[in-house]
Write a protein that binds this ligand. Structure first.
Ligand SMILES: NC(=O)N[C@@H](CC(=O)O)C(=O)O
Ligand SMILES: [Zn+2]
Ligand SMILES: [Zn+2]
Length: 369
């Protein structure tokens, strides 16, 4: 059995990491954007910003304009959580934009966006798989010419990996997507960089391990922390409802092994997905967990429980940029061991949003530098 230093040294009280990035965020727009963007910017150097606005980001011009709105919202946003952590770095936050793929999007538009430094990647939502995906792709063969271009120019493809067929049980949608779509896609485009986003099953983790080096995956803090029992036992908890839906405990265990096991194909992507409280606590609630406020603290908790704190930096700050072919960040962030009470709700400008871990106590806190 491999031995690592942490097994023999006392638990640290401070953890300094190269500044991490978040490879999957939903920042939304308007008032919600203004309310949430700073939570991501105070922890992360860069973030891959999902394009599922309404209407979705499908042109270079729309992505440029959205990037401007994100930076303007960040500049105007109030300090959060009693301070900004490494305040100087908040304004250095870089939103990395993505293009929402549709059945008829032009390969030229996608490629031009990448070449002009606007689209870092393109996102494949199977039509109707998740929030704001009605314009998504109905059959992956419809975008094969786009994928060919992306493969040629080295532009990563990000995938929400779930089938949407009505006859497939919601808990099986990711595993069936691997069989029906993912395996074939990876075989047909051997040089295309593919990120299997927010993986939730043992099947997906194993698929990524077995796949060529061109395939990576993001893992969220919530899929590492909760299984479907947490969502459904003792009452239904709408704030734990997200897509892909949380699975059985054995899948959570497999994801924890994948994230903390030192395989560079796995990296940090929170999938922070804010929805107003009244859109979650209702007869037909929205999918999405708002975990940006304490994302790093949540990952640190998991890595510590798995006795793998020494592997947190690679997962959070190195594997992602290396996969994307981007430089590592220069600065650092520090987590300190401290009682960190998570509020029941965070005032989100005019919108009230309930964070992941609401009302509970975390044992790490982002230090103010
Ligand atoms: N993850 C979610 O549950 N929701 C995301 C969409 C997504 O990432 O699938 C959202 O935009 O709300
Ligand atoms: Zn998704
Ligand atoms: Zn998402």
């Amino acid at each position: 059995m491999e031995r690592r230093m942490t097994q023999f040294s006392p638990a640290p009280d401070r953890l300094t990491l190269r500044r991490p990035d978040d490879w999957h965020v939903h920042l939304r727009d308007g008032d919600v954007l203004k309310a949430v963007v700073r939570y991501t910017a105070r922890q992360f150097g860069r973030a891959i910003v999902m394009p599922n606005l309404s209407p979705p980001i499908t042109t270079v011009a729309a992505a440029r304009a959205y990037r401007e709105r994100i930076l303007a919202a960040l500049a105007e946003s109030p300090a959060v959580l009693g301070g900004d952590g490494a305040v100087g770095d908040v304004s250095a936050f870089v939103p990395l934009m993505t293009c929402y793929l549709t059945d008829d999007i032009s390969p030229d538009e996608v490629a031009r966006g990448h070449q002009e430094g606007v689209f870092t990647a393109a996102k494949l939502y199977p039509a109707n798989a998740t929030t704001n995906s009605a314009h998504g792709v109905t059959d992956v063969r419809n975008i094969y010419s786009v994928l060919e271009r992306m493969q040629e120019i080295g532009m990563p493809l990000l995938i929400h990996g779930e089938v949407t067929d009505a006859d497939i049980d919601i808990f099986d949608r990711e595993a069936v997507f691997i069989d029906r779509t993912m395996s074939r896609l990876v075989a047909d485009f051997p040089a295309l960089k593919v990120v299997f986003e927010h993986i939730t099953t043992e099947d997906a983790a194993q698929f990524v391990v077995d796949a060529p080096e061109t395939v990576g995956a993001t893992i969220t803090p919530h899929h590492l922390e909760i299984s479907r029992n947490a969502m459904l036992v003792g009452g239904i908890r709408p704030h734990y409802y997200c897509l892909p839906i949380v699975k059985r405990e054995r899948h959570r265990q497999a994801l924890r092994k994948a994230a903390t096991g030192g395989n560079a194909k796995f990296f940090l992507g929170t999938d922070t997905a804010p929805h107003a409280r009244n859109a979650k606590e209702t007869g037909c609630g929205c999918a999405g967990i708002f975990n940006a406020p304490h994302a790093l603290e949540a990952y640190a908790k998991v890595f510590e429980e798995e006795d793998a704190l020494d592997r947190l930096e690679a997962f959070a700050s190195e594997n992602g940029p290396r996969f994307y072919g981007l430089p590592l960040n220069e600065g650092t962030v520090t987590l300190e061991r401290a009682q960190n009470a998570v509020p029941e709700t965070l005032p989100g400008g005019q919108v009230e949003i309930v964070p992941f871990h609401a009302g509970s106590m975390l044992s790490w806190r982002l230090a103010s530098s």
